[in-house]
Design a protein around this ligand. Structure first.
Ligand SMILES: NC(=O)c1ccc[n+]([C@@H]2O[C@H](COP(=O)([O-])OP(=O)(O)OC[C@H]3O[C@@H](n4cnc5c(N)ncnc54)[C@H](O)[C@@H]3O)[C@@H](O)[C@H]2O)c1
Length: 342
């Protein structure tokens, strides 16, 4: 390792001294290419696998040769992430329950056809894919999936824990399921995903977890406490896992989307809630346009909500080698809405 570093430094010093190097080699050297010393003593540097490496075109988007698993991949944000990982070179296993999750879910269940469509879109980018119908609440099943993916694809580089449900219910009106099912699905299911796949990454001393939280995991949500609590919990899980897995060279980060138009949010009560979140009293049965028109002026980038494809590029970056030194971090993608939060 030391020999490598010393060779690299000599090469860079030669470059700085104006010796002939090819354009490509020059473009791939470090940007701070002077000798790194203090009072004649060398500054220690991280080992090559512990840096984002030299600048090169596309290094934040190249996932060629990597294998990913995405939960909740049948539709919405999960599908966008699965397809965008594939568009950038990864083979992607698309996991989803593809059916009802709980009566404590306000969204229509996803379907096996939607999951197949995700696989079709991944394969359209020339990548290998398959649909796995599984429930993230069942850790034994997830461990089996981890074994099978490792056997069939040779390794698991990236796991995106995205599957979740949402419930709008005031605390005073909650049934047991309105609290328990949301926590069990979103928080316990995400922890199951991390616990089932982590041993595969530990064994290879490399891996990426990307957990999907929410801006509702950064502030309270009136009439949405179980969802909000589950998403706060995911941030605690993410930071703890980042601390535990760092020594295994595994990174763990979270993406916090703002309001995104998906089946999770595309229903009338959510439109009313999205207006109420701005402090305005929602009209009776607002139209989507009315909700957009109230929300957009309150968001710095003047949008009512985002699209799934606006979230997925961040997952590509976090999965890439360019993010080698990013862990325990929260990435907010909100059109600027999060600028209002602490
Ligand atoms: N849409 C938004 O505004 C928004 C905002 C912030 C965060 N998020 C988060 O983004 C993620 C994706 O949300 P979305 O809007 O795409 O929702 P979605 O309902 O469109 O997709 C969620 C998918 O997860 C699957 N799923 C749920 N429980 C599962 C389980 N137990 N096992 C396997 N699969 C399961 C569903 O079948 C569905 O296909 C979620 O974690 C959500 O909390 C969404």
């Amino acid at each position: 390792m030391a020999a490598f570093d010393s060779a690299r430094r000599k090469f860079m010093i030669a470059t700085a001294a104006g010796l002939a190097v090819s354009g490509t080699a020059a473009a791939q050297s470090r940007t701070d290419d002077g000798p790194r010393t203090l009072n004649g003593k060398p500054m220690p540097e991280p080992a090559p696998e512990k840096t984002a490496g030299p600048v090169k075109p596309g290094r934040g988007s190249t996932l060629a040769g990597k294998v990913a698993v995405v939960t909740g991949a049948a539709r919405g944000i999960g599908r966008a992430i699965a397809v965008e990982l594939a568009a950038n070179g990864a083979d992607v296993v698309a996991l989803d329950i593809a059916g009802p999750v709980s009566p404590a879910s306000n969204a229509q269940p996803a379907t096996p056809q939607e999951l197949d469509e995700t696989v079709r879109q991944i394969e359209a980018f020339g990548r290998r894919s398959e649909a796995v119908k599984a429930d993230i609440r069942d850790i034994a099943v997830l461990r089996k999936v981890a074994d099978e993916v490792e056997r069939d694809y040779g390794k698991i580089d990236i796991v995106v824990a995205n599957a979740a449900i949402q419930r709008w219910k005031p605390l005073l009106e909650m049934e047991e399921a309105d609290w328990r099912d949301v926590i069990d699905n979103n928080l316990n299911g995400t922890a199951n995903t991390v616990r089932a796949f982590a041993p595969k990454m530990v064994a290879r001393r490399k891996g990426r977890f990307i957990l999907i939280s929410s801006m509702q995991g950064k502030h309270g949500t009136k009439d949405g406490s179980s969802y909000s609590a589950s998403k706060w919990g995911i941030l605690g899980l993410m930071k703890s896992a980042a601390m535990e897995f760092g020594e295994h060279n595994i990174t763990v980060n979270a993406i916090l989307p703002g309001l995104v138009d998906t089946p999770l949010t595309r229903y009338e009560k959510r439109l009313s809630e999205s207006i109420a979140e701005t402090g305005r009293k929602p009209p009776e049965n607002p139209t989507p346009q009315e909700a957009w028109d109230v929300r957009a002026p309150t968001v710095p980038l003047k949008i009512g909500w985002l699209q799934p494809d606006d979230i997925s590029p961040v997952a590509v970056f976090l999965a890439s080698d360019a993010a080698n030194l990013v862990t325990g971090a929260e990435y907010e993608v909100t059109g600027g809405d999060s600028a209002k939060s602490v």
